[in-house]
Design a binder for this molecule. Structure first.
Ligand code: GDP
Ligand code: IMO
Ligand code: MG
Length: 431
């Protein structure tokens, strides 16, 4: 039987999905990105080199792994070509990559509109990555968008492009933004089609062919995190897709019956980049210390990430949404040296204690974390390679997280490098 594993972000993104996907990708036959676009920034570190991926799956470093950008993504062909060039400059030339013909295509006006919509929101801005993700998904759902497969049929593409431009130029003009000329966009997208065309195909068919083969290991790599989910996140301070494992079937074109296990990637604390409520957020010296130790600056935008304690309310909620079987507990090394570490077990709001997040940000903004204190540890744990290498206080912290979330910790990460990974679960060791 083949094995199918989903790796999904369980907080507000940047949990370390790239590292965990790469770890499993060394054994996987296929890695599939099923949502989001180049708003993601996934970091992979091995053999002294650091790579940053945006749209391309984190299995790209293993020549034997088939990498798929599936239909649920929004694909910016310009950005994909640039990403491939960057990988080429870093010596990554031997890979297998396919792009869905059904994936929504990010067009040049999408990022312009993203910026303009944000500017119009003033103080209420979301703090998007300005990659045009929201406008591209909006066009998909309003049924006016272009798709990657359109590039394979130049006449059809031209027709769709003309229709889109007619609408978009009116909007761009009304916002005081430069309009786009058909010839320029068409010419450039045909150049991009010449480069990416051979990779564009029916990826659902490809993935399903692997699912039907015995002993194939397939990894689904989520982007963003479930608290940024359009349905279940801190709306409207969210992204425009569903990062959860539940999005895999639609976003990859497979039956829900195929998913075996879900790894929820979560930092040993929390971070958030961009605006929106963050109940366990820390301020001052402690936040600064953790930010510097964890190098908590956005991979895509370079923005400083906001820092907070591990939030078990969020963890339980996202585990419920995704059916999380195991945590991959990331950046554990960053907490070394603290006298005490806190975990949020509930929210106090309007005189009541809540154990699951409220739906409105107005209420969430009034929530105060109920914290428990756990003894810290002084030891540097970046060299730990097994459970027994961890100090007792660090082990207690892991056990506490399991206790308050009800989910087993299957992986502990003690540094950015591929080798700094402790696999606790026997089942995950077998993948
Ligand atoms: P992703 O978007 O979920 O793939 O995460 P990012 O790559 O945006 O951010 C995670 C950051 O933490 C990257 O810089 C990683 O190299 C780094 N990282 C991952 N795991 C660990 C870890 O266990 N310890 C430390 N110190 N850094 C880590
Ligand atoms: P990875 O995959 C962290 C955040 C943005 C903003 C909100 C909406 O690296 O974990 P968007 O550009 O998607 O419309 O922005 O979502 N955001 C992320 N934060 N990690 C990400 O991806 C993110 N992708 C989007 O900062 O708050
Ligand atoms: Mg990231």
């Amino acid at each position: 039987m083949s094995e199918r594993l989903v790796v999904t972000g369980s907080q507000w993104g940047d949990e370390g999905k790239g590292k965990i996907t790469d770890w499993f990708a060394c054994r996987a036959d296929m890695v599939v990105r099923y949502q989001g676009g180049n708003n993601a920034g996934h970091t992979v570190v091995f053999d002294g080199h650091k790579y940053s991926l945006q749209s391309i799956p984190s299995g790209i470093f293993n020549p034997a792994t088939v990498n798929v950008m599936a239909n649920g993504m929004v694909v910016n062909p310009e950005s994909v070509v640039a990403e491939l060039e960057r990988l080429h400059e870093q010596g990554i030339n031997d890979y297998q990559l396919y792009i869905s013909d059904r994936a929504a295509m990010v067009m040049p006006w999408h990022s312009a509109l993203d910026g303009a919509y944000e500017a119009m929101k003033g103080g209420e801005k979301i703090g998007t990555t300005k990659k045009g993700i929201g406008p591209a998904y909006s066009d998909k759902y309003s049924r006016t968008g272009l798709r990657m497969g359109d590039l394979l049929e130049p006449e059809y593409f031209a027709e769709r492009l003309r229709a889109a431009l007619e609408q978009k130029n009116i909007e761009l003009k009304s916002l005081g933004l430069p309009e786009f000329r058909f010839e320029e966009v068409y010419g450039r997208y045909m150049e991009l089609a010449a480069i990416l065309g051979p990779r564009i195909c029916d990826t659902s068919e490809l993935i399903n062919s692997y699912l039907r083969m015995p002993d194939k290991k397939i990894l689904f790599e989520g982007a963003q995190g479930m608290m940024l989910c359009i349905d279940h996140g801190t709306y409207p301070f969210v992204t425009s897709s569903t990062p959860s494992a539940s999005s895999v079937p639609v976003g990859a074109g497979i039956s829900p019956k195929w998913i075996d296990n879900v790894v929820g990637v979560a930092k040993a604390y929390c971070t958030r980049v961009g605006e929106g409520p963050f109940p366990t957020e820390l301020q001052g010296e402690l936040a600064h210390e953790i930010r510097e130790r964890g190098h908590e600056y956005g991979t895509v935008t370079g923005r400083p990430r906001r820092i907070g304690w591990f939030d078990a309310v969020v963890a339980r909620y996202t585990a419920r949404l995704a059916g999380t079987d195991y945590w991959a507990l990331m950046l554990f090394d960053v907490l070394s040296g603290l006298d005490k570490v806190c975990i949020c077990t509930g929210y106090e709001c309007d005189g009541k204690v809540m154990t699951t997040p409220p739906s409105t940000i107005s209420r969430l903004s009034r929530c105060k974390p109920v914290l428990i204190e756990v003894e810290g540890w002084k030891e540097d744990i970046t060299g730990a390679r097994s459970w027994d290498d961890l100090p007792e206080a660090a082990k207690n912290y892991v056990r506490k997280i399991e206790e308050v979330t009800g989910v087993e910790v299957g992986i502990i990460s003690v540094g950015p490098d591929r080798s700094q990974t402790i696999i606790l679960s026997e089942k995950l060791k077998d993948f």
